[in-house]
Design a protein. Structure first.
Ligand SMILES: NC(=O)c1ccc[n+]([C@@H]2O[C@H](COP(=O)([O-])OP(=O)(O)OC[C@H]3O[C@@H](n4cnc5c(N)ncnc54)[C@H](O)[C@@H]3O)[C@@H](O)[C@H]2O)c1
Length: 334
């Protein structure tokens, strides 16, 4: 089996996980890049990887692929340069916190002939893939309405959140750009892009930051409506998705590791239980899916097109929260 040479740029919280999970595939030789020398030393000691501090110098190296794990304002410039240098790219979500450079990124991808995927990791969760496959098969007809209710204690999972990019919208922070974007991107893979959004949000609880930690969002898609409720302070780490048609409903309970169907007139849910998932597992699966894509297999990850739609949603949701009015996502096209 061919081995891949992978450069991870940004070895903070998610970058370290990508580094470890690409190693765990057994298919990649990984090099770590970060502007912080102390962090790089930790990567070298922990994972026995070569390290480099300057990402632009690193891009001149012999790498097949680059995994971009820096904060959002660096995603588009780094991805564009990496494609121009002939590297395949896996870039973290959100694609950006503005539309600046987006057209250039599409052009760089198209002229390079390289692969670009966006690490909206929900695309690779087995439980979600199974439920989505059922919905796409169409037994219940097209989804007309969906609800997403999600919450967790962000300080429990990310104790240092107030010292990271999360503290500021301009660096990709806040519940909408950082957390809700995952659910919206995944729901868009079923309902199609959000066409407009009405958003109410606020900072209600999280100490040390002023960005919103709570959001209530209503979206319109071509043939469906959806509603999302998120907070980042509740104790239980729970997410429930439900997709409804007149013929039946599909529910996914992430925290119960089960998804179910309720056919009209059946009178009860039929549940499918899934095995428990370790935190690294989806990231190892995502790394394998990306490497499969480089080897010519069809993509199982989020495309640039889909991530650009979700970026338009993120920006429209923030604009709606500011104005109090519904905002058309398409009107944000550059
Ligand atoms: N998919 C997920 O589940 C998930 C989880 C966490 C974060 N993320 C996303 O990943 C991105 C990074 O998040 P994080 O939590 O790892 O942030 P972080 O702050 O922990 O890490 C970012 C790293 O980038 C490095 N960096 C910044 N500028 C650099 C430069 N010019 N050259 C090289 N290195 C540079 C920093 O030194 C830091 O180590 C964000 O966009 C975030 O939304 C995704």
């Amino acid at each position: 089996m061919a081995r891949h040479s992978v450069l991870v740029i940004g070895c903070g919280s998610i970058g370290e996980r990508h580094l470890r999970c690409f190693q765990k595939t057994g298919r990649a030789d990984v090099t770590a890049c970060d502007a912080n020398p102390a962090l790089l030393q930790k990567m070298k000691d922990t994972y026995q990887v070569p390290v480099i501090t300057d990402w632009q110098t690193a891009l001149a190296g012999k790498f097949d692929a680059v995994v971009i794990c820096t904060p959002a304002p660096l995603h588009i410039p780094m991805a564009t340069q990496a494609l121009d240098a002939g590297r395949h790219v896996l870039v973290e979500k959100p694609l950006s916190q503005s539309l600046e450079g987006l057209d250039g990124l599409f052009k760089a991808r198209d002229r390079s002939g390289r692969q670009l995927a966006v690490a909206y990791v929900l695309h690779i969760y087995a439980i979600l893939a199974e439920a989505r496959e059922f919905i796409r098969r169409g037994d219940f007809g097209p989804v007309r309405q969906a609800t997403v209710i999600t919450g967790q204690s962000f300080p429990f999972f990310r104790p240092a959140y107030a010292q990271t990019y999360y503290r500021d919208h301009r660096t990709g922070g806040g519940a909408i750009q950082d957390a809700l974007t995952h659910s919206v991107n995944w729901v868009e893979s079923i309902l199609g892009p959000s066409e407009s959004v009405l958003c109410d949000c606020d900072h209600l609880e999280l100490p040390g930051v002023e960005v919103e930690d709570t959001a209530h969002v209503s979206t319109r898609h071509a043939n469906a409506m959806a509603t999302f409720a998120i907070n980042q302070f509740q104790a239980p780490n729970e997410t429930t998705y439900q997709f409804n048609t007149a013929l039946g409903s599909v529910k996914i309970e992430m925290h119960q590791a089960r998804w179910g169907t309720y056919a009209k007139d059946s009178g009860a849910w039929t549940w499918h239980d899934m095995p428990p998932v370790e935190r690294d597992t989806p990231f190892v699966n995502q790394a394998n899916a990306f490497l499969d894509q480089l080897e010519g297999q069809p993509s199982r990850l989020c495309s640039l097109e889909a991530a650009a739609h979700t970026l338009r949603f993120n920006l429209a949701a923030l604009a709606s929260a500011k104005s109090g009015a519904r905002v058309v996502c398409a009107s944000l096209h550059a």
